[in-house]
Design a binder for this molecule. Sequence first.
Ligand code: NDP
Length: 405
Amino acid sequence: MSKVIIIGAGGVAGVVAKKCAQNDSVFTEVLIATRTVSKADRIVAEIHEHFPQSRAKFTTATVDADNVPELVGLIQGFGPAMVINVALPYQDLTIMDACLETGVHYLDTANYEPRDVAKFEYSWQWAYQDRFKEKGLMALLGCGFDPGATQAFTAYLAKHHFAEIHELDIVDCNNGDHGKAFATNFNPEINIREITANGRYWENGQWVETRPLEISQDIYYPKVATRKSFVLYHEELESIVKHFPTIRRARFWMTFGENYIKHLNVLEGIGMTSIEPIDFRGQKIAPIEFLKAVLPAPESLAANYTGQTCIGVQAKGPGKNGKPNVHFVYNVKDHAECYREVQAQGVSYTTGVPAMIGAMLMLSGTWMQPGVWNVEQLDPDPFIDAMNTWGLPVDELAGIELVKA
Ligand code: NDP
């Protein structure tokens, strides 16, 4: 029986809102607030069309989430128990500030990133620890799929299958086809910044830096395909190696098709992925922002998307019996099935469902505790149970090494 505000009205927000509509015994009143309110209105219209039986009440509002006083006014006017932030990583700190000022809980799906430096790390948000604790408020960071479910999988592996985890490989395969020459599956600016940055993985107590897409191997993704996968840096590695200090090596792998890499190389080569503003007809504009305006909106890919995603975590180390063990926990999701259910593609779906689940576990008290938390610090079992209930079935594969050393 809770009121929540969802900030943002993109692909992920649409899924969170529709999952709240399905889970109407928990989410009774939802305000979708964003910069372009027509996008929030469209989500609500789709909810009325596709989920007419939902008892949850939806309203919309305009907000500039870079502006703390505006956010404070919005939150005070609606009086929610928590804010689900699915705008962009640039807004994390302003929304956390507004939550502190108004005394409401906070959840997001991506860690803070300054707009002008291609750098993401948890330090900025971890610095809110004492303030959230003192106010008796909870902030749950990075509760999408990766980050998010991948950390719950890591905690689950540690809880049920390992005495100690020594090697951890997070693997993310999108084996889908949207039929476009080039498009990104979530916000293009954030996605391209992530891929064109240097790679990084954890080994023997320190970070090892790689050139972008320097390390690759063919990985078999159960029920989906064998796909070439590349090491890149992903934010959950930072918190996982902090909270599981037995880990000697942690890597993150993602698939990219040849066509995608070819387009990205050209765009990078000609400067279109740069975040450095240039002068264009008297206006300062970052080329990547212009590129975003040209590329298809991620949510527009949904209608004709085919194929599946497979995201999972492989752990190695001594098992509960002390013997060497390797174990893989994963989810496979079909793009077309997501579209039929919530009019979204698989990448938005696999992010939005864990966000709704995290919010539910906070509101129900199961996960609620004051302070700033990463997902792997919390009990994974209720989260994984809820994934199975809410559309992201979790599978396991024992004794087979999918990712090679
Ligand atoms: P979109 O770009 O589709 O949507 C972002 C939304 O935020 C838009 O509605 C946008 O409004 C709104 N927004 C941007 N700036 C502001 C602002 N200043 N004030 C108010 N609203 C604003 O992104 P996605 O839905 O694809 O992704 C949402 C979040 O999820 C991102 O942070 C992304 O990094 C994260 N993500 C996490 C994943 C995970 O597994 N953990 C995977 C995929 C994404 P407007 O339309 O007006 O620009």
